[in-house]
Design a protein around this ligand. Structure first.
Ligand code: COA
Ligand code: ZN
Length: 305
């Protein structure tokens, strides 16, 4: 089995947006370079949102213009509305991701629009991106549980996903914003969407809040999903979603996928350096479940070199 899996790094967006320390554009670029050095080639580099709502993401326009050139790299940006889309386009973004939360309250808290209104806006933006030749990505957030409304009905997530694809979405990312999913719940959402997974159109975004992120990845792999979000060192959370700590750590995801013989193009030992650099930049202790072990391997390799 040497199938290709896309690991989409979201540390520079999902990771940094909830940090107490706001990084400068220069520091965000250093972080992105450290990620590129590991072989990562798909990165969500920031968001075009109100700087009043998320000050950590101010300057994403400038960041885009200064992004490092690299072979075969995809840089995407999260956008909450039409204004975000315009800003992303003006900055030269070739890939954008809208956020449609599957519950009423989460949309209100996150982007101050009703579920119906957000759905309409997201569908429109998917069509618009298609017309403009921009990669159209869409998150279905709080896809398993909402911090305000409890368990999210799987049927609603499935319905929203289908509508996004009908509108022209290239990729829908099923997002467990607060890390409340489990492998059975994952299968309940993904099995009816299998035909989209088989086309390579589905991605999953897990948080490791309850330690089940990798189990959920395995369930998704079995359901045909071939793309996953993760965040270096497990950095992250959503500032509008109480309890949304720690993303699935990129090193945990990559180590497991590589060990399973799946191809990520990412060198797990090189991730140690990236975790260390991001730790310094954010002044936050980081590291997934495997980090200590990985550090020992990397240090041993360095001492033999
Ligand atoms: N980027 C930058 N500024 C934006 C913007 C965007 N995408 N959308 C709106 N704004 C600005 C408006 O121009 C306006 O600016 P002003 O006060 O200087 O006139 C201000 O934000 C308020 O605009 P309004 O349309 O009334 O927005 P709002 O106050 O209802 O907030 C959002 C809506 C979507 C802009 C805001 O809630 C937001 O940015 N949320 C992002 C949440 C997020 O990133 N969550 C984590 C990722 S899921
Ligand atoms: Zn997240």
């Amino acid at each position: 089995m040497s199938e290709r899996i896309v690991v989409n790094e979201v540390g520079p967006r999902d990771g940094l947006q909830s940090q107490g320390k706001t990084l400068t554009v220069e520091q965000r670029l250093q972080m992105i370079q450290a990620l590129l050095d590991t072989g990562i080639r798909s990165i969500e580099v920031g968001s075009f949102v109100s700087p009043k709502a998320v000050p950590q993401m101010a300057g994403t326009g400038e960041l885009f213009v200064r992004l490092p050139m690299a072979d075969q790299v995809t840089y995407s940006a999260l956008i909450p509305n039409a204004k975000g889309y315009e800003l992303a386009r003006a900055a030269g973004a070739r890939s954008v991701a809208v956020v449609l939360s599957a519950t009423e309250t989460m949309n209100q808290r996150n982007i101050r629009m009703s579920l119906d209104r957000t759905t309409a806006v997201c569908l429109e933006l998917m069509q618009q991106a298609r017309r403009d030749g921009v990669e159209a990505r869409a998150y279905v957030a709080v896809a398993f549980e909402c911090p305000f409304e409890g368990v999210t009905p799987a049927e609603r997530v499935i319905d929203l996903t289908q509508r996004l694809f009908e509108a022209g979405a290239d990729k829908v990312i099923i997002a467990d914003t607060i890390g409340a999913a489990n492998p059975s719940a994952v299968r309940r959402v993904l099995d009816p969407l299998q035909r989209f997974a088989n086309e390579g159109w589905l991605s999953c975004h897990f948080h490791d809040t309850r330690g089940m992120a990798l189990a959920n990845v395995l369930a998704s792999l079995e359901a045909g999903v071939r793309e996953f979000d993760s965040s270096i060192g497990g950095l992250g959370g959503c500032p509008f979603s109480p309890g949304a700590t720690g993303n699935l750590a990129t090193e945990d995801l990559v180590l497991m996928l590589n060990a399973m013989g799946l191809e990520t193009g990412i060198d797990s030992l090189k991730l140690v350096n990236a975790v260390r650099q991001v730790q310094e930049l954010t002044e936050t202790p980081l590291g997934g479940h495997c980090f200590r072990w990985l550090q020992r391997q990397a240090d041993q390799e360095a001492s033999h070199a």
